[in-house]
Design a protein around this ligand. Sequence first.
Ligand SMILES: N[C@@H](CCC[C@H](N)C(=O)O)C(=O)O
Length: 279
Amino acid sequence: MRLRFTKMHGAGNDFVVIDATKQPLALTTEQMRLLGDRRFGVGCDQILVIEPSTDAGADFRYRIFNNTGDEVEHCGNGSRCFVRYVVDAGLTDKREIHVDTMNRRLLLTLQDDGRVTVNMGAPVFEHAALPFDAQGLTPRLENGFELWPVEGAELGVVSMGNPHAVQRVDDVETAPVLTQGPAIERHARFAKRVNAGFMQVLSRDRIALRVFERDAGETLACGTGACAAVVVGIRAGWLDRSVEVQTRGGLLRIEWAGGNAPVLMTGPAVKVFDGEITL
Ligand SMILES: N[C@@H](CCC[C@H](N)C(=O)O)C(=O)O
């Protein structure tokens, strides 16, 4: 089978984007893994499959797979690339686009400067949403927000549609992202595993962030991880409402007014090349 794809990235978090709007596409886990493989295939952190909407209120639907072939709920940087793709491919002439993901409807806006703003929906703190098993643990309260002792860290846990556990560190460059990250990702208290964030607070409106992602390992940026970190930082009283997030791959702007307000994420979305692969 010959498959056309587009390679894209959002702040260095990279994607293979597949247009399945005209004909349905079902790839096996092995085919997904080959697309994700940086040596034997194309190479990416996640694979995005764009499909027609199945609901009148949405313009498109899209599915996200980690490079292991596992389907996941949400991807912040991927959602920005999705918008850039559908506009550049002429699949829509709208600049405000509604898309359905596995568990959320997102509103995305292509800005005049080429960046994309995503209304990510509200964060969910109920443990069942991740899920997170806190049984037997006593949290430390920071500004009334619970930080949970797991794996030698103090974790703020939140779902942005997908699960996140965020800790504050003194220096993100020396933080144990590659050792503690995998241990948190696979910790038994997170039954569906978790994305592990390491956040250094630089000021009340600036953080540096590294994320050890579920399945994909450390990526150069994680959009939902940036939202989760800022939300945890705001709830813990460390951050103001609008925060610049420095990742290893670029800058994201995250805004959250608290409560049930949606989290807004603004950042880049870049096409790298078009390609074709035989699977
Ligand atoms: N890179 C993404 C998140 C992709 C999914 C994640 N690895 C998970 O398993 O939940 C982002 O930009 O949000």
